[in-house]
Write a protein that binds this ligand. Sequence first.
Ligand code: MN
Ligand code: MN
Length: 300
Amino acid sequence: MSLPEDVVEKYHRAGKIVREIREEMKHFVKEGMPIIEICEKVEEFINKKDGVPAFPCNVSIDEIAAHYTSPPGDERVVPSNSLVKVDIGAHINGYIADSAVTVCFSPEHEKLAKAAEEALRVAIKTIQGGISTSKLGSAIQRIIKAYGCKPVSNLTGHQIGRYLIHTGKSVPNVPHLIGSKIKVGDVVAIEPFVTVAKAAGRVNNGNEKTIFRFVKRKSVDNLYGRRLLDYIQRNFKTLPFAERWFKGFMPQEHYLSAFQKLLRIKCLTAYPVFIEASKKPVAQAEHTVLVGKNGCEVLT
Ligand code: MN
Ligand code: MN
């Protein structure tokens, strides 16, 4: 089923915003730069263009494959010789575009970023209504291996829904046994993750958590907890958010205990950072596409 015209138009607007700031990041990101500066630059751009960040800008470096954003007051900087994945999402009325680029300061690991880009290009050429997700995974893996690299087997692309960043089908970076098929009208993020041949080729959950999401409404026996939960539901709905986004919302001493409480009673969930199991560097490339009968349209 193809999407209504007004929905497609919103995807186009979200896609354009993400594309513009992603391209700017290729030149903006520098060794030694505070990570928080990158996150804030991306999110400010999205807001300035009348979009809304669909999730906090992820800046995941080297063996951190995904899900790192700056916590409030972050003092970390981009290390020299690093691989920096900048993953950006924006939405218009809940219609999300999701795209990532790897900025590479390590000549040694340049081919990881090239392999991710090429695997993404081939997957985009291959995707169409009716294709199995496993076939896409095979195509992605084949390219990555041809570069002498390894796909990260437990990170996948994903179908996108309204106000839902991950929903429905996954698009794996290796062949798999689940027999799901892509349909015409699906909006899908394709995102090959690539590491070195001798790496484990999978990620584990790290201890650090910098990204959060609303799960369910519960009664909260604390005024500040209730106010914070209202704020989260109203502003982020079912989309991920960062603690940076609460700046100045309530006094710090009330905020800290209210936020911990909401996590403890599972009104909120936290996304752990994903770390390559053998601590090897990871590159990523990502586009969001709208699937058609004989191909796709790249939205980002
Ligand atoms: Mn992404
Ligand atoms: Mn994605």
